[in-house]
Design a protein around this ligand. Structure first.
Ligand code: SAM
Length: 204
């Protein structure tokens, strides 16, 4: 089950730290470290570098999967993605509630990214410019990684997704998953240092 809500107003005035809510993040890490994948939210630098990679036609949305407390969402808004064209998916209800309060006007879906075709409104299927993933996919079995790849492909055919990670090499066995891979970013200005990979369906 998932639910979607959108606030009334536009851009948040809050800065990276206000949105980050490090205490909520840490509390959720204690509760479920494998689901969180990180002790603290992404750094301002990493968020800005991810936002700089986003591509979107005017009628397309940006979808962020595993939005946490919303630091990347905020960077996307600051980089010019209109609030109504940003969709964030977060499985933890406390965090989804925080996202609704911190990011007015953004479409917040409290749901499972692996069920994206069900969670995302049908009008947005085929209208995803960029999908960004923060879910720690590296920790999952291959069958679950494939399920994630297929879920994104169902709503964003051919687009693939950006994945940020602390791995030095590709966190996904991309050839086995039918993908191509390109590392777009590496930054030491994150704890731990992080990379951003762009995965796309391999053409046969
Ligand atoms: C590494 S944190 C990233 C948080 C935030 N985007 C950041 O950069 O600070 C991963 C987030 O993915 C969420 N998550 C994990 N599995 C998920 C799923 N299946 N669907 C949606 N969100 C999920 C977790 O609750 C957590 O908030």
């Amino acid at each position: 089950m998932s639910d979607i809500t959108r606030g009334e107003q536009a851009l948040p005035k809050a800065g990276h730290r206000d949105v980050a809510n490090a205490s909520l993040f840490f509390k959720r890490w204690l509760a479920n470290p494998l689901q969180m994948g990180s002790i603290i939210p992404s750094s301002d630098t990493l968020c800005r570098r991810i936002a700089a990679l986003v591509k979107r036609a005017e009628d397309e949305v940006v979808v962020e999967l595993g939005a946490g407390t919303g630091v990347i969402s905020r960077a996307l808004l600051a980089a010019g993605v209109p609030a109504e064209k940003l969709v964030v998916v977060e499985i933890v209800r406390d965090m989804a509630d925080h996202l609704r309060a911190a990011l007015p006007g953004v479409n917040v879906i409290c749901g499972d990214a692996f069920e994206l075709p069900k969670a995302l409104p049908e009008a947005m299927h085929g209208k995803v410019g960029t999908a960004i993933c923060g879910i720690p996919l590296v920790l999952l079995p291959r069958a679950d990684q494939q399920r994630f790849v297929d879920a994104v492909e169902a709503v964003a055919p051919g687009k693939g997704f950006l994945l940020y990670t602390y791995c030095i090499t590709s966190p996904l066995p991309y050839r086995q998953l039918g993908l191509t891979a390109k590392r777009e970013v590496w930054t030491p200005l994150n704890f731990p240092p992080a990379s951003v990979w762009h995965y796309q369906p391999a053409r046969s």
